[in-house]
Design a protein around this ligand. Structure first.
Ligand code: AMP
Length: 406
């Protein structure tokens, strides 16, 4: 990503910065923030800008209000939390464009922080509307993107806006995400092990194809492994299987063999007689899944096998849980593997979907080398795709010859 300009490569002193962040934090029923990881993740960028005496205008989305002003999805709760984390006043403006936003930005001093209201209260945001992007751009001297988790979307606040500003830069979170990704996927220390789980093969076809060209070992768990087991001729009872993916699974198995990749699939599973937290359960080998029962977690022998397989790994990338970890009865496999990965002497990178939730619940978050803040964005990088939010930054810098000026 050598074409990206980062915030510490340009002069931001006494400038007004519009920073796209991802403050899409989870809220409980009473509207309280239940996990502020995403707010903390951009503090290095915000603190750096404060040190440089810039005027900071933060923009973000929260949830899916679909163009409506939904009070429950107001960013005001984030303004309060951010203010507490920084021990500094954060001015909250209950609109993200228009007179109120413009006047507040104009009248603020350098060194102030302003947070504008949820971008998605306007459908123009998700429609990547150019006029909306232009209005956002008019608020600043410099545009900064540090919202890695939304970099896979083409929205006005990360794509259109870049067409109307002279200077664009990426923040430190994006730098960290891209650096770890490059270390893991583009130049991994070998042996390189990928662990893929979760519900659907169909959602991760491209990830699997991309991995099949790069990894030394591939571990597949979760419901996804059922489709592979069925493709190999096992009877997986009433387990979740994507029948239309069987042919794809067969082809993937052939490719993996051709490339000499070592494949690990479950050898035993925790089966249940129904999909409920209080279902009757037992552990069986994959050869003996009873009719009408479904595999909802990997079994203890599989945990030992997978743990053994990652022992000599130097790089581990993990996406997707090993079972229905949301139910206690089927969470053991995922949590046991979390602990194996956490204790491995490897660069361990986890991200995408619910995997980070599992890490938090297992209490091992801090032991991973890196946990990506971007679910979908991380997955798309794993698929080998280009992210529109990152491409827009590169194009903006190219257009304005920014890289040459450095
Ligand atoms: P994904 O978004 O594809 O990473 O899938 C995550 C979801 O997969 C989680 O909500 C898990 O409950 C679910 N999952 C994992 N293993 C199984 C399984 N064996 N059967 C049904 N669902 C599963």
């Amino acid at each position: 990503m050598e074409n990206i300009v980062y915030i510490d490569e340009i002069d931001i002193k006494n400038k007004t910065l519009l920073i796209r962040v991802d403050f899409n934090v989870p809220l409980d029923q009473n509207g309280n923030i239940t996990d502020d990881t995403r707010i903390r993740a951009v503090l290095p960028t915000v603190n750096y800008c404060l040190d440089e005496n810039a005027k900071i205008v933060l923009i973000s989305h929260m949830g899916r209000p679909k163009g409506n002003k939904v009070p429950e999805l107001s960013l005001i709760v984030v303004a309060k939390r951010l203010s507490r984390l920084l021990d500094k006043d954060v001015k909250f403006v209950n609109d993200c464009i228009g007179e109120l936003a413009e006047n507040t930005v104009k009248s603020a001093s350098y060194g102030d922080i302003i947070l504008l209201e949820n971008l998605r209260f306007y459908s123009e945001e998700t429609n990547n509307d150019e006029e909306f992007g232009k209005k956002l751009a008019s608020l600043c001297d410099i545009y900064v993107n540090d919202a890695f988790a939304t970099a896979h979307r083409s929205h006005a606040s990360n794509v259109s806006v870049t067409k109307f500003v002279k200077t664009c830069a990426a923040g430190f979170l994006i730098r960290k995400e891209l650096n770890y990704f490059t270390r893991a996927i583009e130049s991994p220390m070998k042996p390189f092990v990928a662990i893929v789980g979760g519900a659907k093969v169909s959602g991760k076809i491209e990830v699997l194809s991309n991995f099949a060209d790069k990894v030394d070992k591939l571990i597949i768990g979760g419901a996804m492994s059922n489709t592979f087991l069925k493709a190999m001729g096992y009877d997986v009872g009433s387990s979740l299987v994507e029948d239309d993916m069987i042919e794809y699974a067969k082809k993937t198995l052939e490719k993996i063999k051709e490339k000499n990749i070592k494949l690990y699939l479950p050898v035993d599973v925790v089966v249940a007689d129904r999909f409920t937290p209080d279902a009757e359960t037992k552990v069986t080998t994959v050869q003996e899944i009873p009719k009408g029962w479904m595999a909802l977690d990997i079994g203890p022998a599989t945990v030992t096998l997978f743990t053994e397989a990652i022992q000599n790994a130097k790089t581990i990338v993990w996406n997707g849980p090993m079972g229905v970890f949301e139910f206690d009865a089927f969470s053991r496999g995922t949590f046991a593997l979390v602990s194996s990965v956490a204790n491995a002497y490897a660069l361990t990178i986890v991200g995408g979907g619910d995997t980070d939730v599992a890490l938090h619940r297992a209490g091992e978050f801090a032991k991973m080398s890196y946990v990506s803040t971007g679910g979908g964005a991380f997955l798309e990088l794993l698929e080998g795709k280009k992210l529109p939010g990152i491409e827009a930054l590169i194009n903006c810098s190219k257009k304005n010859n920014l890289k040459k000026l450095l």
